[in-house]
Ligand binder design. Structure first.
Ligand code: ADE
Ligand code: ZN
Length: 334
């Protein structure tokens, strides 16, 4: 089954580029920018990757961002992810970045966007992995700060496919960001939001009704509300689930309790994603392997999971046709 998973053509829809920062590269960039990390070695840093909840992780994740200063740093971070994506047979990725983690440290928006998008272009040309970029707001900050970012993004509008919402979920409900989502909708941005990772099912309802999301990031806690499950199924909302992330952040205590298989059987458009792979111990293949081992995922299930991602992604119709042909061939040939 491992070989089957490795050769499965994949689409990644929930990936924070800052969460792909491997310790080796973090130390290398820190050194060239003369910025010390609060850890003496790569091993010590890796040891710190032991989290009890989302906030534990976020504290380390934001600290890691500090060494990113120059356009080349953002380029190197992004290109390194696409090399991993290629190794994992990812055909297309829709990735998040958190502008506020950088602009709040005095790094120009333009430096961040240019570094990331140049690497995306080169990855498509050199590695054949296509991608889109999602501008994600930090929900622990004020809505006015998110609106400032949306305005900053205006001259670069064509670089972004969607807006998103991440960071500390509890206590920062969707309602807080209603206005900025309305403004983004008026500029034709697609809309996604993290909801139901740690927050209640009610945050998922509110993301649908108040933020008018097209796709839902995580959504695990929809399991607590059968009416919500039915709504997500009927509306064909894509859910970007992140199994290894959920285990590391104790959203589930055992992979055997992960809701992905139940949701899939219920007919929800669930997908598999790696979230912050450098911190959670695995890229796409590892996420697929983890659920397959714990939940008796069949070859047909693998097909459906990848097919769902192809349906709910924002690649062109032409690209989607190519992806689906590759997936159909995988089912027949492998
Ligand atoms: N930022 C990066 N990863 C995140 C996650 N899993 N939840 C919320 N915010 C995040
Ligand atoms: Zn996430």
């Amino acid at each position: 089954m491992k070989k089957r998973i490795e050769s499965l053509p994949k689409i990644e829809l929930h990936l924070h580029i800052e969460g792909t920062f491997e310790p080796e590269l973090m130390f290398e960039i820190g050194k060239r920018n003369n910025i010390a990390l609060p850890y003496s070695s790569i091993e010590e840093l890796r040891k710190a990757y032991d989290f009890n909840n989302l906030q534990d992780f976020l504290d380390i994740y934001y600290a890691g961002c500090n060494v990113l200063q120059k356009e080349k740093d953002f380029y190197d971070l992004t290109y390194a992810y696409f090399e991993k994506a290629k190794e994992n047979n990812v055909l297309h990725a829709e990735i998040f970045f958190d502008p506020q983690s950088h602009t709040d440290r005095g790094i120009a928006f333009e430096i961040v966007v240019n570094g990331i998008t140049k690497a995306m272009d080169d990855a498509e040309r050199n590695l054949g992995v296509s991608s889109k970029l999602i501008l994600s707001f930090l929900r622990h900050l004020r809505e006015a700060a998110a609106i400032d970012i949306l305005k900053m993004a205006e001259p670069f509008r064509d670089k972004f496919i969607a807006i998103g919402l991440d960071s500390s979920e509890l206590g920062n409900p969707p309602d807080k960001f209603r206005k900025v989502y309305e403004m983004a909708a008026a500029q034709n941005y697609k809309r996604v939001a993290h909801a139901g990772e740690e927050g209640p099912a009610e945050y998922i309802w509110d993301s649908l009704s108040m933020l008018k999301i097209n796709r839902l990031d995580h959504g695990n806690r929809a399991m607590e509300d059968p009416r919500l499950l039915a709504e997500l199924m009927h509306r064909k909302i894509g859910l970007t689930l992140c199994p290894l992330s959920n285990l590391k952040l104790k959203v589930v205590n055992d992979m055997k309790l992960h809701p992905i298989k139940k949701m899939l059987d219920f007919g929800i458009k669930v997908t598999v994603n790696s979230d912050d792979p450098a911190y959670f111990g695995g890229y796409m293949n590892d996420n697929f392997i983890a659920i397959t081992e714990a939940l008796d995922i069949s070859v047909d299930d693998l097909y459906k999971l990848s097919r769902n991602a192809m349906e709910v992604c924002w690649a062109t119709a032409e690209q989607k046709k190519i992806f689906k042909t590759k997936l159909d061939n995988w089912l027949l040939i492998d």
